[in-house]
Design a binder for this molecule. Structure first.
Ligand code: C6P
Length: 416
């Protein structure tokens, strides 16, 4: 059943930039890569940039007086500027390079959290958070005696904003929420959440790991205080991520890690920290991964984030329609028009790992398990689920292969 005839992007042509997408597995099965929420693939332009830097432009940054170090530093700082512009941060020092989204959130929980959260204070997260945006807050609560509260989800898989209003009070110090759920695909109303949290005097951290790679982001329009995301989910190398923080907050926060680069001066008695972003980039930073992320951003901007978002939503809508025909599919999360290009589901009577294994035989790569969201799976009453997640290089033909493979899984288990 076809509800989508054409897509806004010519994925077949774009795929030519991604060598890995022409892989054939199990003898004759073209790889159908639908695990993009876990990590995306990289185009030649990013891979070649990494090689070029290592071959001709690499030295440590912010240290040398020699030409090569200056050159490498320029490339690293250009990458920071690309990130700044990509998310519309107000200034470059508000962009901190971390090792990933997880470290970015931990940085805030440790640095801002330890300095500002006290016993009896409240931290609000949601029932749909990835463990990276729940465990650091539980750890902060353990250290301080604060309490973690949860915005519940509705039956449809949306955040219950009325319940959020009831949770907010003068003890709420921070609200930490994902912009897009990595399981449900739900697109959360971040601007609205920020407005309500700020009215109550609380800060907001946005886990944007599943939104920044897929749609236009504007951290100033959101009004968010902190925003975290990972480079490897947006064409960049693994080992680099970003923390955006409002400059006044970063200036007031103590450093998270100590070491080289993060100091203005060190004496026998102690140290004086540098200004942001250096204050939060102790040691040698992820130099080449950050430059590679910059190349990934160039690639995404050349395509256009609006088109990427539309393309993925249409693929997800088509997948949804095709999977509905199979029967026995339970979709987790809202209807396609309220979510990003992520479809999590269970297939009646078949364990998620078995489904993923049968799909793998067809060349289809999807994720199976709890997707680092155990509390959400408990809330949904399932131990594990399957997840197909799309990017701009996926095609309608691949959606068809996914649906056929699921039919096959049903056939195989009916026979048993
Ligand atoms: N989700 C997934 O398959 P790191 O591992 O630090 O790059 O990203 C962590 C993270 C944080 N928040 C959200 C919403 C995420 O989806 C992820 C990573 C992957 O869903 C790996 S578990």
């Amino acid at each position: 059943m076809s509800i989508v005839e054409t897509l806004p992007l010519d994925a077949e042509t774009l795929r030519e930039d991604f060598p890995i997408l022409s892989t054939v597995i199990h003898g004759d099965r073209p790889l159908v890569y639908l695990d993009n929420a876990a990590t995306t693939q990289r185009p030649r332009q990013v891979i070649e940039k990494l090689v070029e830097v290592y071959e001709r432009q690499y030295a440590n940054v912010h240290r040398g007086i020699h030409w090569l170090s200056d050159h490498s530093t320029d490339l690293f700082e250009e990458a920071r500027e690309k990130v700044r512009s990509f998310i519309n941060a107000g200034s470059a020092p508000e962009v901190i390079f971390t090792t990933g989204c997880t470290m970015a959130i931990n940085l805030v929980a440790r640095s801002w959290g330890d300095a500002n959260v006290r016993a009896g204070d409240e931290i609000i997260i949601t029932e749909m958070e990835h463990h990276s945006n729940s465990v650091p807050w539980h750890q902060l609560a353990e250290r301080t005696g604060a309490v973690v509260r949860h915005i519940p989800i509705t039956e449809e898989g949306l955040l219950d904003l009325d319940a959020f209003d009831e949770l907010l009070n003068e003890r709420t110090r921070i609200v930490a929420v994902g912009a897009v759920s990595n399981v449900l695909g739900t697109i959360n109303p971040i601007g609205e959440i920020v407005r309500r949290a700020h009215d109550a005097g609380a800060l907001v951290l946005v886990d944007a790991a599943q939104s920044v790679p897929h749609d236009k982001s504007d951290v100033q329009a959101w009004g968010a205080d902190f925003v975290a995301f990972s480079g490897h989910k947006m064409l960049g190398p693994s080992g680099v991520g970003v923390l955006y923080g409002r400059l006044d907050l970063l200036e007031a926060m103590p450093p998270f890690l100590g070491g080289g680069s993060m100091i203005r001066r060190v004496t026998l008695e102690g140290f004086e920290p540098a200004d942001p972003p250096a204050k939060f980039e102790a040691g040698t930073p992820p130099i080449v991964p950050a430059i590679g992320l910059g190349a990934g951003i160039d690639y995404l901007e050349a395509i256009g984030l609006e088109k990427i978002h539309q393309h993925e939503q249409l693929l997800a809508a088509q997948a949804h329609a095709a999977m509905e025909q199979i029967g026995g599919v339970r979709f987790l999360g809202p209807a396609p028009d309220k979510k990003a290009g992520i479809i999590s589901f269970t297939l009646e009577g078949i364990h998620a790992h078995d489904v993923a294994q049968i799909l793998d035989r067809h060349g289809v790569a999807i994720r199976a398990g709890h997707h680092c969201a155990m509390p959400l799976h408990k809330r949904l009453g399932v131990v594990a689920s399957n997840r197909a997640s799309f990017y701009f290089y996926n095609t309608l033909d691949e959606v068809e292969i996914l649906a056929e493979a699921l039919q096959d899984a049903k056939r195989i288990f009916r026979r048993r």
